[in-house]
Design a protein around this ligand. Structure first.
Ligand SMILES: C[S@@+](CC[C@H](N)C(=O)[O-])C[C@H]1O[C@@H](n2cnc3c(N)ncnc32)[C@H](O)[C@@H]1O
Length: 624
């Protein structure tokens, strides 16, 4: 429960000394005032013994050491004051608060508070609690109750508080509030604020000290029982992450206490020293640990190997480095993809540590830094600060990448699609290729020919690849030649919808295997409906090209996370099913799969990481 008050109108402007002196205020037992405890009112809200102070008909609620409310409480039936334990009296000369207090003798002084990290973000346990327990890499703005820097200077006064906001990229400790009853009031407070137009839909999250108040967007001091000393001492530190006030992902957690206890301790140690280098040192330690782990897990997958030297080495949240991906191409180049502000801020540390760890593991690689400006903009990063590698416009400079014994010319220095190679489809390419022996294959959205070349290598009778990008078609054609697979394998530049329409009109409807791997058609949930209509049409038209007499195979893909995640993956399958009804073909689902295993996942804590669905269907002959 959050109780708000315009304290400034009730107390003098010197709120802060009052806050700090709560323990003295209550426990030193001055004369002239009395106080009383109240343990019994509305258990659903309060589990702490409360202290009520009455002044001129207005009641103030305190926990054992902190001010909770200055709202008039007496009119509310829930707040029953137990007057049966009158004892000592008390006064305070430090404020203009003139109160009388009834006190029991048995008030227990508060426990000494744990020392707290300097920069900290508190998240509601109620929200995402399961996800946090399972190591969620992201703290959403909506889950935060407060974020603050601890006051270290006792002489700070109210005027300095404004300057204590946490900055983009600050390494913060993340703590979960273990008080369940906070949730309801927090929600209500946020709801009220939204209703009043306050905070413009942002969570109320800026607190300025570990005492119990923060300023809302109107500069009004708000009390929040989330941060009473009891709740602070029961805060559970769960990890360290990078803070971003501009992103809905308010914190990207980079180190969880549960999974990396000794790294967590080391970071604590580093941050407790007073060097200005501390955040970078801590980040470098995290990077070292995470890169080493990433290499170990790829080694356990047998990557790289003699057949494959191109794979994903770091997969963002899947490897505990939210917003950072690294693809190794051709065993000689590592393309780093940055899509989060923290990556740009710590770019030189990332490059440096990656280089160091690769060298230590005998994987010396040239590093290329690439950015996704749209995602960085979403993450609040100022695009004017973006520094691309100078040689990133060298579209001619290519290397050979090998995957499943097929060589591909890739251009990691060119500004083009992704990192230059879609290594997420590696396992799906082999999966469908194994069904292509002696078959007629159509590879729709073929890019540089991955599915087509695998199909040919596995003995396809013929293959046509279609893509709207001329560069992709040129590269696919060259790749077919490099691998000696160009006989009976050709590539056409066209829009796939046009191509299918034309092919149907030409009566060429006898494909045995069709691969349909369009680009991301649903960039977000809001685009799902429109995208599903496109998927419907594309899948319907693809099925119509499958041999109507023998039937065939359709591997249909979506790389839209919104599509893949909707209804636990059922939405995409239902869309394809609906398309089959439109095509008047019976389809049978044989298998669904996702991205190749080097695209590590953490499905329990970060289901949004699953973006790719590849669904393998048998398409029955056409019944007339
Ligand atoms: C996800 S990638 C395909 C990856 C490819 N299947 C592979 O295995 O590497 C999507 C491809 O679709 C192409 N594309 C986008 N819109 C298209 C359209 N309307 N018609 C044909 N190709 C299109 C893009 O140029 C891109 O190469």
């Amino acid at each position: 429960m959050v109780i708000c008050a315009h304290i400034k109108t009730i107390f003098s402007k010197r709120i802060y000394p009052l806050q700090r002196d709560q323990s003295n205020f209550i426990y030193k037992k001055h004369s002239n005032h009395t106080y009383s405890t109240m343990r019994t009112f509305s258990k659903q809200f309060w589990t702490l013994p409360l202290l009520m102070i009455h002044q001129h008909g207005v009641s103030f609620a305190f926990t054992t050491n902190s001010l909770l409310s200055t709202s008039p409480l007496s009119s509310n039936q829930r707040y029953k004051i137990n007057k049966n334990q009158p004892t000592n009296t008390y006064s305070s000369s430090r404020t203009n608060l003139n109160v009388s207090l009834d006190a029991p003798k048995d008030i227990v002084p508060p426990k000494k508070q744990k020392p707290l990290p300097k920069n900290m973000v508190v998240v509601h346990r109620g929200r995402q609690s399961m996800a946090f327990r399972q190591g969620s890499p992201l703290v959403f703005s909506g889950a935060i109750s407060s974020s603050f820097r601890i006051h270290t200077d006792d002489n700070d006064d109210d005027d300095n508080l404004e300057e204590e906001r946490l900055e983009l990229g600050t390494l913060v400790a993340v703590a979960v509030s273990s008080k369940n009853n906070n949730q309801r009031s927090g929600n209500r407070n946020n709801r009220n604020n939204r209703r009043n137009g306050k905070n413009q839909g942002k969570s109320v999250e800026t607190a300025y000290s570990h005492s119990n108040y923060f300023l809302d967007s109107n500069g009004v001091l708000v009390l929040d029982e989330n941060s009473t000393s009891e709740s602070i001492s029961s805060l559970q530190l769960i990890g360290y992450g990078v803070y971003n006030p501009h992103s809905m992902y308010r914190v990207r957690i980079l180190c969880h206490e549960t999974s990396h206890p000794s790294t967590f301790k080391s970071i604590k140690q580093i941050l407790s020293t007073s060097s200005t280098q501390e955040p970078n040192e801590a980040i470098r330690l995290i990077l070292k640990v995470k890169f080493e782990e990433a290499i170990r897990s790829r080694t356990s997958l047998g990557l790289p190997n003699l057949s494959t030297d191109s794979y994903r080495l770091v997969n963002g949240e899947g490897d505990g480095l939210s917003g950072l991906a690294v693809d190794v191409l051709g065993g000689t180049v590592a393309v780093i993809m940055s899509s989060a502000s923290w990556c740009e801020i710590y770019k030189s540390d990332i490059m440096d540590i990656l280089n160091q760890i690769l060298n230590e593991n005998d994987r010396k690689l040239d590093l290329i830094w690439r950015t996704t400006p749209s995602r960085l903009a979403q993450d609040g990063y100022n695009k004017d600060l973006l520094l691309q590698d100078e040689d990133l416009h060298d579209s001619e400079r290519g290397i050979l990448a090998t995957e499943s014994d097929i060589q591909y010319k890739v251009f990691p220095w060119a500004q083009g699609q992704k990192t230059g190679f879609y290594c997420d489809q590696r396992e799906n390419r082999v999966l469908v290729a194994q069904l292509c022996h002696n078959k007629r294959v159509l590879d729709l959205c073929c890019y540089n020919g991955g599915f087509a070349l695998n199909a040919m290598k596995h003995g396809a009778a013929s293959c046509i690849g279609v893509d709207s990008s001329q560069d992709a078609i040129d590269t696919a054609t060259e790749n077919a030649k490099i691998n000696g697979l160009s006989d009976d394998c050709s590539f056409v530049r066209d829009d796939i919808a046009n191509y299918m329409k034309q092919t149907h009109e030409d009566g060429d409807t006898s494909y045995d295997v069709i691969i349909l791997d369009p680009p991301k058609l649903a960039p977000s949930v809001s685009g799902l409906e429109r995208a599903s209509r496109k998927y419907h049409a594309l899948n319907r038209d693809a099925m119509k090209l499958i041999d109507p007499i023998k039937g065939g195979i359709l591997l249909t893909c979506t790389c839209s996370g919104a599509m893949t995640q909707k209804d636990g993956g059922q939405f995409f399958l239902q869309t394809v099913k609906a398309a089959s009804l439109s095509a008047r073909r019976q389809i049978t689902l044989l298998k669904t799969s996702g991205a190749a295993s080097c695209h590590t996942q953490c499905p329990a804590s970060f289901p949004a990481g699953a973006y790719l669905t590849a669904a393998l269907f048998h398409v029955s002959p056409l019944e007339r």
